[in-house]
Design a protein around this ligand. Structure first.
Ligand code: NAP
Length: 502
């Protein structure tokens, strides 16, 4: 351990919803000695990176926002990405945590020093600081995945990922190919079609699309929420109750989802008269198996003359376009990959060494897993936000993140309360928890619905989502069960107690 390195109580990695929320809650809990390490030059995480045309939240924003920072001024029930970005910027200022963020600082690894009971954090490959506790808010969807398609690198036109949109490339009058029909693609396709591009959509699997119950939130309603916050709380509670209901169906009673399929089919029929096109767009798996996508403009966009749907599959990318599996060549000027994200790489690319030098890569070689989605045996004083099996297929990820933030603070409080220097989950507790997760998983539509999705790893195991309603996840993280943890006595004096915001 290099003694001259700056020492902190807490280091938070990332400044998206997770890292920023942790910073705010840490501050509210009375922790002053913390630092937020952010590789980019702006905060906002996924909402900073994703600015493709039409980008917005597909969960109503009164719920997809911090419980401790309601915003009465959302312009729509489903906010657009720039509004969410502005909201996060405002939160950083209102809660006075911006000065804690070190921008342009990429964490590349961390090493647990058992003697000092501290993490030595590496920035750009070099030890840069030490900290008693680390919270990782890396963001599950922060590393774009390009498709593994022959010839992609030979494409001579403009090529970019939905999460790395190049606004310098003009699209009007251009031939634009979009690979993928997931949550991002279905938002951007209508916008680029409207902007006058000739769009070719390469669909591998059709998604289920339901009506988007969006509406503007006008001035009088905003003023009501500003003057009477309880009114907005009631709206939040209503949205929460509805999304929890969907969550229960997804995780326990997948057959009920057939009702949603009737709704989605009617939605498609209203927009698309062509029977053949409807057949191409109708999924052959249960609704909810992949993310349910709300949109009112995706189907109408596919019915436009300047949009073509290709379902033959992709044989290869050529310098001038895409050759489909049926031999047809689609000439293109621009190729957009709406092909999702690398999930496990978010954690695996880091050089994290825990107790006895074990690396995270080795610990997770059989598959990524954590105790209550947050802590990892062998890696003391570390909490992950949006870790394994903490995603939600139906409700707000911000709600899940807040539950984990509370848990991370509880862990820090236990450290201080017990005058301990290190806390980590017992291997048996972690194994039991994950056995329970996978048992519960068997009932979910994600395994029973007859689809393949990014929720599943290469062995077909769902290590991304929580197999229950989000309120049950929240309850399971209200307090730390000490029997599940190993506490090591502190070798150094432990400072003041941490208050945990209610
Ligand atoms: P995604 O849901 O993973 O969709 C990727 C799409 O690319 C799928 O249609 C997939 O087809 C296709 N694809 C991937 N590799 C391909 C290949 N080699 N050849 C042909 N097609 C290929 O990615 P995403 O749309 O970026 O969304 C990812 C997640 O981000 C979402 O599930 C959601 O959690 C989040 N998101 C949220 C919002 C929001 O509003 N809150 C908005 C956007 C994204 P298959 O289906 O056949 O695999």
């Amino acid at each position: 351990m290099q003694n001259e390195l700056p020492e902190h109580e807490l280091a938070i990695v990332g400044s998206g919803f997770a890292g920023l929320g942790m910073a705010i809650e840490a501050k509210r809990a009375g922790i002053e000695d913390f630092v937020v390490l952010e590789r980019a030059h702006q905060l906002g995480g996924t909402w900073r990176d994703n600015h493709y045309p039409g980008c917005g939240c597909d969960v109503p924003t009164p719920l997809y926002s911090y419980s401790f920072a309601p915003n009465p001024y959302w312009s729509h029930l489903y906010a657009r990405s720039e509004e969410i970005r502005d909201y996060l910027e405002r939160c950083a200022d209102e809660f006075a945590v911006r000065e804690k963020i070190r921008f342009g600082t990429e964490v590349t690894g961390a090493r647990w020093d058992a003697e000092a009971q501290r993490w030595e954090v590496e920035i750009d490959g070099r030890p840069a600081l030490t900290t008693r506790f680390v919270v990782g808010g890396f963001g599950g969807l922060s590393r774009p995945a390009y498709p593994d398609i022959d010839g992609l690198e030979d494409f001579a036109g403009a090529l970019f990922h939905s999460a790395q949109w190049d606004h310098e490339v003009p699209l009007a009058g251009k031939r634009v190919g979009v690979i993928g029909t997931g949550a991002s693609a279905i938002q951007l396709i209508p916008q680029i079609a409207k902007a006058g591009a000739e769009v070719t959509v390469f669909q591998r699997t059709p998604p289920w699309i339901v009506p988007k119950l969006d509406r503007p939130i006008r001035r009088p309603e905003q003023q009501l929420y500003a003057k009477l916050p309880v009114a907005q709380k009631a709206l939040r509670a209503l949205i929460f109750t509805i999304t929890e209901g969907v969550g229960v169906a997804i995780t326990r009673y997948p057959r009920l989802l057939a009702i949603g399929e009737v709704w989605a089919r009617r939605h498609m029929r209203k927009a698309i008269g062509d029977v053949h096109l409807r057949e191409q767009l109708t999924p052959d798996y249960r609704l909810g198996c992949k993310r349910i996508l709300p949109s009112n403009d995706y189907y109408p966009a596919l019915a436009r003359d300047n949009v073509e749907l290709v379902t033959a599959g992709i044989d290869r990318v050529t310098p001038t376009g895409v050759r489909a599996a049926d031999g047809a060549d689609h000439e293109l000027d621009v190729l957009v990959c709406g092909t999702g994200f690398q999930i496990e790489e978010v954690f695996m690319h880091l050089d994290v060494r825990g107790r006895d030098g074990i690396t995270l890569r080795d610990a997770w070689a059989p598959g990524i897993e954590a105790h209550r989605g947050t802590t990892i045996s062998g890696f003391p004083n570390l909490a992950l936000l949006s870790g394994p099996n903490t995603g939600t297929g139906s409700t707000s990820q911000v709600y899940m993140i807040e539950a984990q933030i509370h848990y991370a603070l509880e862990l820090m409080r236990e450290l201080r309360r017990g005058q301990a220097g290190a806390i980590e989950p017992r291997a048996e507790a972690q194994a039991d928890y994950n056995a329970w997760i996978q048992k519960r998983m068997q009932r979910t539509v994600w395994l029973r619905g007859g689809c393949n999705s990014w929720y599943l790893d290469s062995a077909g195991v769902n290590r991304t989502l929580y197999p229950g309603p989000s309120s049950s996840f929240w309850r399971s993280l209200r307090r730390v069960e000490l029997a599940e943890y190993r506490l090591e006595p502190a070798r150094r004096r432990v400072s003041e107690p941490v208050a945990v915001p209610a």
